[in-house]
Design a protein around this ligand. Structure first.
Ligand SMILES: CC(C)(COP(=O)(O)OP(=O)(O)OC[C@H]1O[C@@H](n2cnc3c(N)ncnc32)[C@H](O)[C@@H]1OP(=O)(O)O)[C@@H](O)C(=O)NCCC(=O)NCCS
Length: 176
């Protein structure tokens, strides 16, 4: 049982600000989450404004993990996929504050995202994570299967190319 409260996030000033701080810290510490270091507060805020807008339209769910009032982790479940993939969802933007790492926050977020995907009738979850400084052990512990590696897929936040690992997991009815 997680000691952290997990809930879907909506576009409120203090939430956007906390998400921005988390994204900037994650990128600065080398996390591969699509951005380069240094990430400006304006760019971080613009990303979350777009993302929470998509969440308000039901295209995704942005989950937050809270320690008391403080947002200490997030993950996004992408639900808006092409018409021929209605059974699928994607995991993205998994991040835990440096102060709260290795305490099960990401594991709890991943489990919650998986339950949400099942509740939306999805039977296949996919994600990718960087070869360098990624989260492969976290996903493998939760039963994700490695499809393969694409070399030199993206730049790391501080420069230099890294590969990406592609993972999938059957969930819900498909996992039985
Ligand atoms: C990847 C990341 C999200 C993991 O977050 P986290 O909250 O520290 O993850 P967890 O605590 O759930 O699990 C991490 C480790 O702690 C262990 N752990 C899990 N629950 C635990 C608990 N209650 N107490 C202590 N350790 C625990 C896990 O077994 C795991 O161990 P491992 O390193 O041997 O795999 C975090 O490191 C991060 O934000 N990285 C930068 C961004 C990034 O790379 N994101 C992934 C993009 S795909």
């Amino acid at each position: 049982m997680s000691q952290f409260a997990i809930k879907p996030l909506t576009d409120e000033p203090q939430i956007r600000s906390a998400l921005g701080d988390l994204l900037i810290e994650t990128v600065a510490s080398g996390g591969s989450v699509s951005f380069m270091h240094p990430l400006s507060p304006e760019d971080a805020d613009a990303f979350w404004q777009d993302s929470l807008g998509a969440a308000a339209r039901g295209e995704r769910v942005v989950l937050g993990a809270f320690d008391g009032e403080n947002l200490i982790g997030t993950v996004t479940l992408l639900l808006k996929l092409p018409p021929n993939q209605p059974h699928r969802a994607e995991i993205a933007k998994m991040m835990t504050r440096l102060s709260h790492r290795n305490r099960g926050v990401a594991t709890a977020l991943l489990r919650a995202a998986e339950q949400l995907a099942i509740a939306h009738g999805r039977t296949l979850l996919v994600l990718d994570t960087a070869v360098d400084d990624g989260a492969a052990p976290l996903y493998e512990k939760q039963g994700f299967q490695l499809s393969g590696i694409i070399p030199e897929y993206a730049l790391k936040p501080h420069g230099g190319l890294t590969g990406t690992l592609i993972y999938w997991k059957r969930i819900g009815a498909a996992a039985a």
